[in-house]
Design a protein around this ligand. Structure first.
Ligand code: PHE
Length: 446
């Protein structure tokens, strides 16, 4: 039994910070952020997104950190610890969300493994779009999904310190260095000028639309790994001497910074070839077709740079997948008394099996992604605000531990009580019907 006395811990403050940044930085930053920005008015979207991250993302992130560190338990137990049995279902939804998100996230991650390999060993041919269809659905997609899950399970199965922390401490600085290096290289491309112009010129006319607000809010939650207990679980391995407010600012800052820098890589690349229209088509595959096309036109340089680009995607995806699996594993260990090893392999196998549906049908992947973002994460965030704002006894005392006292704590609680739930409530009302329709369409059509 994994009793409280033997609970695992991060070995250092940097270990936690890098693991949490690893959870946040992932496919969301490099894969979705750029096409959302391209579609929704460039810098106007970026500014709006940063505002949302500050006003909504950081408060909810701090709320998750407070619950996790305060309870020193996995999500289901932590919610029951502070709120009683009525909150158990929310914890169960968190675990289910981790299960569902990882099932399709790993399929996309599998594409990136395949892509890195193709880049390195000869590059992409002319017909990248056809190639994408081959890679993204079917046995190939399944095989690379399984491979990626095996890596995730092996790391998480090794423990918080020896697995998650050790992997993050090595991988995250490397990821950062490569992304910055790629951005510097991208500045030398012909497309850099028009690419930056599209990215950094603000077209505010696109913002007056609820769909953009919904997309930006969903992206902020997805990108910060909020609304399903991932940050909560990581914080449960922290001691009371850590400064949670400053951690939340550092994590959110790093997440936004890497998304922004990734945009500095992606935009010049697509404009170097005049492919800008292709990317604004908001489909799962947009970047997986457009970017390889750009790399294919650059010969040997494209091979190397393409491989590096996809390796950073793999690293980002892996450190994020670890946190998704950790939610499920920690809950299984606490709830069923299983060993870490057993929990990781059994739940990981079940998630791998669920992912087969996404691997064989990209529409399943797309709808699962919409459902997870628009309903599970935003709904989970909504519930978390109410929980910490109204139910948890004295959350301010919890976040104060480890700090010198910060004057904006009452503002934080006010945001959690009124502002953020109201905002998320509106977004949910707007997004739930369309999402249900999409889910229904998929279920009735196939
Ligand atoms: N934040 C990760 C990304 O941007 C995805 C993620 C979502 C991870 C939810 C954990 C929990 O890719």
């Amino acid at each position: 039994m994994a009793g409280a006395a033997e609970r695992e811990r991060w070995s250092s403050r940097a270990g936690f910070t890098l693991a949490a940044i690893g959870s946040a930085v992932g496919l969301g930053n490099m894969w979705r952020f750029s096409y959302l920005a391209a579609q929704n008015g460039g810098a106007a979207f970026v500014i709006f997104y940063v505002g949302l991250t500050i006003a909504v993302g950081i408060p909810v992130l701090l709320a998750e950190l407070a619950i996790g560190r305060g309870a020193q338990q996995s999500p289901i137990r932590a919610l029951v610890h502070f709120g009683g049995g009525a909150w158990r279902p929310l914890g169960v939804v968190f675990v289910a969300a981790g299960f569902l998100i990882l099932s399709y996230y790993s399929v996309i991650a599998g594409w990136t493994v395949r892509y890195a390999w193709i880049s390195l060993t000869g590059g992409f041919g002319e017909n990248v779009a056809d190639r994408f269809t081959d890679i993204s659905e079917g046995w190939d997609a399944l095989a690379f999904h399984v491979l990626f899950m095996l890596a995730t399970i092996a790391i998480v199965g090794s423990g918080v310190k020896a697995g998650i922390e050790r992997a993050s401490v090595v991988m995250m600085p490397a990821l950062f260095a490569i992304v910055v290096g790629l951005a510097i290289w991208a500045a030398t491309l012909d497309g850099a000028g028009p690419g930056y112009a599209k990215y950094l010129n603000a077209d505010f006319s696109k913002l007056g639309n609820w769909d953009v607000v919904k997309d930006a809010a969903g992206q902020a939650f997805f990108s910060l790994s909020l609304g399903m207990g991932a940050m909560l679980t990581y914080a449960s391995y922290l001691g009371r001497d850590e400064n949670l407010p400053s951690e939340s600012v550092v994590i959110a800052g790093a997440d936004v910074a890497i998304a922004f820098i990734a945009g500095l890589v992606v935009f010049p690349l697509i404009f170097a070839l005049g492919l800008s229209d292709a990317v604004s088509a908001s489909t799962v595959g947009a970047l997986f077709i457009t970017l390889p096309q750009a790399f294919a036109h650059m010969g040997a340089v494209g091979q190397v740079v393409g491989a590096l680009f996809f390796v950073t995607l793999i690293v980002g995806a892996l450190t994020s997948a670890m946190s998704l699996l950790e939610v499920v594993v920690a809950s299984t260990m606490d709830g069923l008394g299983w060993s870490r090893h057993r929990a990781a392999w059994v739940t990981g196998a079940a998630i791998t099996a669920l992912g087969a549906f996404s691997a064989f049908d990209i529409r399943v992947l797309d709808v699962a992604d919409q459902f997870a973002n628009n309903i599970l994460l935003l709904g989970g965030g909504f519930a978390l605000c109410l929980f910490v704002g109204w139910v948890m006894p004295d959350p301010i005392a919890e976040v104060r531990a480890g700090t010198d006292g910060v004057t904006w704590f009452p503002i934080w609680r006010g945001l959690l009580r009124y502002v953020v739930p109201l905002f998320l409530g509106f977004v949910l009302i707007r997004s739930v019907p369309a999402t249900i329709e999409a889910v229904w369409g998929l279920l009735s059509g196939s």
